[in-house]
Design a protein around this ligand. Sequence first.
Ligand code: NAD
Length: 481
Amino acid sequence: MYKLQNYINGKLVDPVSKSYLDNYNPANGKVYSLIPDSDEKDVELAYQAAKTAFPLWSITPKEKRSQYLLKIAALIEKNLDKLSLAESTDNGKPVKLAKTVDIPRAAANFHFYGTGILHYSANSHSMEDTAINYTLRQPVGVAGCISPWNLPLYLFTWKIAPALAAGCTVVAKPSEVTPMTAHLLSEICIEAGLPAGVLNIVHGLGGKVGNAIVSHKHIPLISFTGGTKTGEHIASIAAPMFKKLSLELGGKNPNVIFADCDYEKMLSTTMLSSFANQGQICLCGSRIYVEKSIYEKFKKDFVAKTKALVVGDPLRDDTKIGAVVSKPHQEKILSYVELAKKEGGTVLCGGHAIKLEGELSEGYYIAPTVIEGLAHTCRTNQEEIFGPVVTITPFDTEEQALEMANSTRYGLTSIVWTENLTRAHRFANNIHAGIVWINCWLLRDLRTPFGGVKDSGVGREGGFEALDFFTEPKNVCIKLK
Ligand code: NAD
């Protein structure tokens, strides 16, 4: 069986322990490769390589660092088919989605920071004829980057690219649930000639590898994307060590639909914001609030469209909904449907596992699910489910919609549908979220800050904010007299 390897000091190597974990294909429930079951010994090797590489990488001219990043971007583009297939096989998502969203975005991340670093600058402050201050921005050191399984290469590279561009060297850990594209990225980095030790990728479990990175005494910065509970644990270790921390965590995003919206645009985009990637995007709008006057129409149309979604083989081009990522995750999602029923909800469609024919009969499929009749305060509407399950709820007034939208512990993103300009801006101003999409969803300008408020995290990724994060400002003050 194919064995993945760690990427340490420029080489693909086995884990020190020589032990491996099973890697499942969610589409058929079968083990298809083996993942290094690494531990703190592998993390230490990766750290030593990153530490040794840092002095030279941090003073490598940015034009040269940029060239490496652009070469990696080009190689990702060249390997689009191979990477998309790997991403789909690891994750269960439709290969078409990987090919049009995940992998192009991974290339874009390297391209964006490979060019962005050339335009990054620091400030100077003049104290008239008394003194001049200038701020140096110096790379922090060895960065620890940890990412989740839902958009595997997209989110992994969203951290690695700015870190490398800023002059940090990196010890990175992809999710053990979807490690394959990170492994292929190692091969790409070798082909691109990235100097040894600049990027190190250690595979394995969060409790072992992730924990070893987070608690490593000499890794001064952690960039983490994943669940809120894990983020809380990481903060409890890293904060007393005074590490620089960026935590991109869970969400329970509202999608607020006013009667004056462009109905057809809203409906087709709401299908995507509800069910793309089997609803396993932290940015999906899983709580749909609809103005009462169009609620019944919306319910009928939305349920009809949801029933028509093709759940099937992720490798087929007509598949809209693939497999969810793992058996335990499938069970978790279905347990929330049961909870919703207990809380008084009515399942309008879906709500059950789907057994496909033949080879795929053991895959982890769930019929896309729409539930109504729940209070906005109940657990189903408060906790992150992270699957193809949405709730729909009518509202009477804008104030009521805002209150329901803001009622969770999360504040990652939000979606608002209205043609009323004043209301759109007012709503955006008042909603508790790091991102507000008005009449659209998932439209991203990579220059803008990305991240959430409340329990959705601290810090921001994206744009020059990420370069600020991976560098430390040092003020130099020169007296003129
Ligand atoms: P997770 O928290 O279980 O795992 C994320 C990563 O952390 C994995 O690599 C895992 O191995 C590692 N990890 C686990 N325990 C660890 C520990 N003790 N120390 C260090 N690392 C540890 O999350 P997941 O299930 O992989 O991903 C789904 C979650 O990610 C959802 O909550 C989703 O909302 C969130 N997410 C957030 C964003 C965002 O930008 N805010 C983006 C994508 C996903």
